[in-house]
Design a binder for this molecule. Sequence first.
Ligand code: CIR
Length: 251
Amino acid sequence: MIAITRGVSRNIAAGEVTHVERVPLDYERARMQHEQYVALLRELGCEVIEMPADDAYPDCVFIEDTAIVLDDVAVITRPGAESRRGEVDAVADALQRLRPIVRIEAPATIDGGDVLVLGDRIFVGLSSRTNEEALAQLARLTGREVVPVRTHGALHLKTAITRVGERTLLVNRAWVDVAPFDGWELIDAHPEEPFGANAVRLRDAIIYPTAFPKTAARLEARGLHLKRVDADELAKVEGGVTCCSLLLGVH
Ligand code: CIR
């Protein structure tokens, strides 16, 4: 298992915000939380490749959005937010040592946060960042079945639904149409914790934010093993735990 991460930009406070109010953000605190996240990836058995931040890109820590990495290919995205388009080149340089590289081209836009790979199928959220043209390109570039999913009110598909078990997904149904996930067992995030549906599954552990104790209790009641991280500073610019890494060899 390899995880690629990217440092926190000194300008992270200027990161994009879409569905949350802009609030003051403490760079040092964000950096410390990110460090703890990276340490946890290592503790869980990942070899971590840490890319440096590029201060020209406030959102660069959210590296998940720049690529979709499968076992046989890495697809470099064309992020939906114009301010983030330039993040991809450095990531492509790092990935080309690990996978053959292909690229999403204009007019398509897609953020990796909208992409949930479940076995041979790729579920893609049609959000404000990701368009239909990207789905067509992704299917052509990967040879996989690409399933469109309607989201509403969430920044990305994975803000609203992520995998937490072999056949289990964690979901906030207010933000995503669950019909495409027929056959999967669903655990609902607690209604008081709408941002609680974003989790990282690594082998038999789940990286999960400390900010959502009621949803955490639901997951633990189902026998899931949680590893908690403080991620509230990164969440101020709409980052969740999946956003902060590209994972290779875990699907
Ligand atoms: C953005 O709006 O693009 C960043 N401020 C947050 C990106 C979070 N990424 C993700 O959920 N995959």
